[in-house]
Design a protein around this ligand. Sequence first.
Ligand code: CDP
Length: 230
Amino acid sequence: MTLNFLQVPVIAVDGPTASGKGTVAQRVAGLLGFSYLDSGALYRLVALAALQQGVAPDDVGRLAALAAGLKLRFAGDRVFLDDQDVSAALRQESVGNMASAVAVFPAVRAALTERQRASRVAPGLVADGRDMGTVIFPDADLKIFLTASVQKRAERRCKQLIEKGFPANIAILSKDLQERDARDAARSVAPLVAAADAVVIDSSDLGIDAVVDQILERARRAGMGARGGV
Ligand code: CDP
């Protein structure tokens, strides 16, 4: 039986930067055999393209045009922009900070909306971001809001950057995280906020496996095992 678009189950995983969303969402998607949408990568790609082309962070017209015209290709865990492998470049903190700045513009967000919705394909989708459960997939079958204390998130981001060979300083990271949270939460369009029907999980004292187990249990209760083949 073919599922129509709105019947394809979606698990929305939203939350602040460095809360572990990416790792958790990818793991859940793999275990359920669902696709995975890293919506932050789209904002990072706009940011990277803008940095490469010298587009100012307040030039809304050019930023929206960049967002609408992104020539992307995802291959496993690699991301290509105009056929250039940008997977490593995307993870730099400077790109994440620029992403948060360009993401405040409604025109940039609108230019990326359809691309995100198009990733809703059978047998299901796990979508990771800030507004997955509120704006992009308001009818998601399960909405998770994953958070953790600033201290824990700064420690995790520091470890992650060092493992990837980038320089990292915990005090600077902690300040950047708080600034980014404040900007993401304060913007007028699609602010970082838990959907009213989201399950909030604080992962400050939980490992990845424990968070994944909680989400899988909720997915099963929401009837996703049967359709997703778990
Ligand atoms: O990895 P990290 O959580 O720091 O960032 P990300 O998920 O890659 O997203 C980078 C930035 O894009 C965020 O700080 C947000 O401002 C923005 N973003 C957004 O506005 N909406 C989304 N659905 C995803 C990301």
